[in-house]
Design a protein around this ligand. Sequence first.
Ligand SMILES: NC(=O)c1ccc[n+]([C@@H]2O[C@H](COP(=O)([O-])OP(=O)(O)OC[C@H]3O[C@@H](n4cnc5c(N)ncnc54)[C@H](O)[C@@H]3O)[C@@H](O)[C@H]2O)c1
Length: 322
Amino acid sequence: MNKKTVLIVGGAGFIGSHVNKLLHQSGYHTIVYDNLSSGKKEAVIGGVCIVGDMGDEKALNKLFSSYPIDAVMHFAGCIDVEGSVKHPQRHYTNNVSNTLVLLDVMRKYSVESLIFSSTAAIYGTPQEDRIKEDHPKNPINPYGRSKLMVETILKDFSLAYGLKYISLRYFNAAGGDPEGVLKDYKDRDDHIIPMILRNIRAGKEEITVFGTDYLSRDGTCVRDYIHVMDLAEAHLIALKKLFNEERSKVYNLGTGKGITVREVIEATEKVTGKKISVINGKRRTGDPVCLVADGSLAEKELDWRPKYFLEEMINDAWKALN
Ligand SMILES: NC(=O)c1ccc[n+]([C@@H]2O[C@H](COP(=O)([O-])OP(=O)(O)OC[C@H]3O[C@@H](n4cnc5c(N)ncnc54)[C@H](O)[C@@H]3O)[C@@H](O)[C@H]2O)c1
């Protein structure tokens, strides 16, 4: 039985809470540390839950001196792209400055293993149909830039201080707990699938599509949707790799399948049995037309393959809302 202790910063949020549940079920001791700015305590199934801020050095010192932490998973951050354009100060402070506080305390307590939640947004406008990890990094919004800054910091910390990290660049996380235990606790969500499902639940069977004049097969944005349980599984594998290997690594996590917003709407109609009317909205600032992963590196080195398809993601997200 594995009894390593993992600190999950931001573990009360959407992805972190699914990872916490899986790690706990897999025999790890977990400590969730979250300021509950968007996460919820009810989402912490298993392990210890401590409310606190990643930028609070004193609280982190107390945490690291109280528990024998073997590794840290870092999910905490401001994640809305449009909000980052309007409020870059908030995004840079939380995503970059507060991460530096966490890294500093990890160093002080000689905790060297980190898994970081990065994003496809660091690539910016794709130059290829399928994005590989070595694709140029030209993020087009402060959110993506803040994540790229952290990746740069991790690289430098790895060289200078021996930090060992795996940065996982998620594409569009979706879905929910297939066991139906974890619910969707968010008050609001800018992601397309929960947005449509929330509208349906409220009896408002319509959705505004932001941009219908893109150069894609139906005019709407193309994204690579990945089930949150596939992400959780990848974290579990990455954690084992981190404990057994010396080198830091970066992996894309996506399915490699590009799906348009209209296709998401059609699949949602199929899952819920509801007809959805589309309102043609304006493009959102900072949205690239197409973001699809080449996930071959994670497949090869982590032996990880996504197991869930779009309709299962929508079905599990629907279950989490009801
Ligand atoms: N959801 C996606 O599609 C997606 C895609 C790519 C990358 N990511 C990254 O994955 C991570 C998790 O995303 P999510 O969808 O679960 O978001 P989320 O908002 O549900 O989770 C983030 C969690 O971090 C907590 N948090 C934020 N700032 C904090 C701070 N200063 N101190 C302590 N806790 C803090 C929040 O309360 C929340 O529980 C984020 O870093 C995000 O940038 C998400």
